[in-house]
Design a protein. Structure first.
Length: 254
């Protein structure tokens, strides 16, 4: 299966152009994959001889014995430290074919496969990265603006992906995609952003103490401004765990 990196539509075999949006497809060794499962899905990848992908540490579910695996510090020492600052592992895992392997996440959600095209830049929230082909570059994007850094819920840094090839992301609950036209704005709850095109601007707005505290929506909303594509998750595991904890009876200690 192959998809258009511009509009996300599935492509016919050996397509030179996307039949939906007309984007020209560049030629490279295709990576075969299929998504298995519904509530806690995995993606099964079929690697050819010499074909290599890198994945989030802890994402492996299974692999053929013919698949080689080794840990690597992303972008050297600086990249590893940056990943720790965003709550991720110091290492990523490299897998080389031939053979099959399954990758997934321990929380109910949805896997989104994006085909990065040359010249495209995608910003991804910390924790959403699952895997990528080695032809896809993984760096970090520093979020600008004091309000965004401290109050937006997305942290100081976001993953920046460029190059060419498949990128796998994982979102809690379901992933919904919004296409924003130039100047079009969208407000989203902080913490639900999965990824956005680099062309989409991001800031935050304060919704007020009364609405935030008594409305149960938090104090801040993300302000996303087009043009470009935005992907949102319908659930946030940290928010869910907090709600479960708050609903549980707690014994008071004297």
């Amino acid at each position: 299966m192959s998809i258009c990196g511009n509009c996300g539509k599935e492509l016919p075999v050996d397509a030179k152009f996307c039949p939906n949006c007309g984007t020209r497809m560049t030629s490279m060794t295709p990576l075969k994959y299929k998504i298995v499962g519904e509530y806690v899905p995995i993606v099964e990848l079929e690697l050819g001889s010499g074909q290599t992908i890198y994945a989030e540490s802890g994402a492996l579910v299974y692999k053929d014995p013919t698949i080689s695996m080794n840990a690597e510090v992303t972008k050297g020492l600086t990249g590893g430290v940056t990943r720790i600052l965003t709550g991720e592992s110091f290492f990523t895992l490299n897998f080389s074919g031939p053979g099959r392997l399954g990758l997934g996440h321990e929380f109910p959600g949805e896997i989104k496969i994006i085909e990065i095209q040359p010249g495209q830049e995608l910003h991804v929230q910390a924790g959403a990265f699952l895997f990528a082909q080695t032809s896809v570059n993984y760096e970090w994007y520093r979020v600008r603006g004091v309000k965004t850094i401290f109050f937006g819920g997305e942290g100081l840094l976001m993953g920046k992906f460029t190059g060419q090839g498949l990128l796998g992301l994982y979102g809690d609950g379901n992933i919904i995609t919004k296409q924003l036209s130039s100047g079009e704005k969208l407000n989203a709850e902080a913490g639900l952003l999965v990824c956005k095109d680099a062309s989409v601007g991001m800031d935050v707005s304060f919704i007020g103490l009364k609405t935030g505290i008594f409305g149960g929506e938090g104090l801040f909303l993300l302000n996303l401004t087009g043009p470009g594509t935005v992907a949102l998750q319908t659930m946030n595991e940290h928010t869910l765990f907090r709600k479960i904890w708050n609903s549980c009876p707690h014994r008071s200690h004297r």
